[in-house]
Write a protein that binds this ligand. Structure first.
Ligand code: AMP
Ligand code: MG
Length: 332
């Protein structure tokens, strides 16, 4: 979900590039505001031209995927019912749909009208009533997305939102560019979608903090290299009304913010799109169903934090997770 205010902020939020000659490889850093979040890229190696091409690729993908940008392919699809998609948008829609099916619909790319009804697209938050949600739920069904060649069409009232997978896809695209350029060490943080390329400069794994959903602190640090780490959490975007907190991850079965007992899910794997899609989906599915899916798949690991603050990690992360808190290791 990319907000209109993102476009306004983008102009003010200039990309900052620091070039310095620290260490053996030149370090470059860039910050970009895109896809409604701050993206930070740090390359140890490569040149200024590479950084510029990463920045323009981010802008290009944002321009294709945005739900609010009138020139985007998704905007055209949502407003006319059909659109011819570029390879990037088609790749993401197709992969996103696979993940919708893999997760039994916990991820649903057609949830946008419901997200908007809650005000998460504009910041004008409200609690939709039951009748309104019941009507909107009729438009939410990823199985009704028709793909024929490069054309996609949707039923009247339906709208697509790639917000749950777009940053992960962008991380995949940028990671491939950085690797192709021969850079051996880099860190891309696309608003909580983290790509760790190689090891940190000088060798050794990177430390990735897993945020405590209930404070500004970390509940632990993951020691990782050459992979993606993506978190979805109820603390990321929410509002309070009449003493209740409503967050931005919607359960497509009910139209309500997911209430699965989880406060955050972090997914670690090689593919950004998968990690991004699954972090959102497992947040909806909850711990038990999330672990069932993990047992059936072999391409990701996870850290779950429950509403009670309990921490669960999957066994592939044993030895890579440092925490002062107690946690349980889940076995296959
Ligand atoms: P993420 O931050 O990756 O977990 O994605 C959350 C964003 O995806 C929300 O801001 C919505 O735009 C959208 N979204 C919310 N719930 C769902 C869902 N169940 N399936 C797909 N997209 C969703
Ligand atoms: Mg996601």
């Amino acid at each position: 979900m990319f907000l209109k205010r993102a476009a306004a902020l983008t102009a003010a939020f200039l990309m900052i590039i620091h070039l310095c000659g620290c260490g053996a490889e030149k370090e470059q850093e860039s910050m970009v505001f895109a896809m409604d979040t701050v993206m930070t890229m740090r390359l140890y190696g490569g040149d200024e031209e590479l950084m510029k091409s990463l920045e323009s690729r981010i802008k290009e993908l944002e321009g294709l995927f945005s739900v609010t940008d009138e020139g985007s392919e998704i905007y055209e699809l949502n407003h006319t019912g059909s659109a011819e998609l570029s390879d990037d948008t088609m790749d993401l829609v197709a992969r996103g749909l696979e993940l919708c099916r893999t997760t039994g619909g916990a991820l649903d790319l057609t949830v946008y009208p419901i997200v908007r009804a809650w005000g998460f697209t504009t910041g004008e938050y409200r609690v939709p009533n039951e009748d309104e949600l019941r009507e909107l739920l009729k438009t939410c069904d990823h199985e009704k997305i028709n793909i024929s060649g490069s054309m996609v069409s949707i039923d009247e009232g339906m709208e697509l939102d790639l917000g749950a997978v777009a940053k992960g896809y962008t991380a995949d695209v940028l990671t491939a560019m950085v690797k192709e350029a021969g850079v051996k060490s880099a860190l891309l943080d696309l608003g909580g979608n983290i790509s760790l390329i190689g090891e940190k400069p000088g060798g050794g794994s990177w430390g990735v903090g897993v945020r405590d959903p209930f404070s500004e602190e970390n509940i632990g640090v993951l020691r990782l290299s050459d992979c993606m780490a993506v978190t979805s959490g109820s603390y990321e975007r929410n509002f309070e009304q009449n003493g209740r907190v409503y967050h931005h991850i919607i359960d497509p079965d009910t139209g309500m913010p997911a209430d699965s007992g989880l406060a955050s899910v972090t997914i670690i794997g090689e593919e950004g799109t998968l990690c991004d899609g699954l972090s959102t989906a497992l947040f909806v599915m909850g711990l038990e169903d999330g672990l069932d899916l993990w047992r059936r798949m072999d391409d990701f690991e996870a850290v779950f934090v429950t509403d009670e603050g309990e921490i669960f990690i999957t066994e592939g992360l044993e030895g890579s997770f440092d925490s002062e808190h107690s946690y349980e290791v889940c076995r296959r």
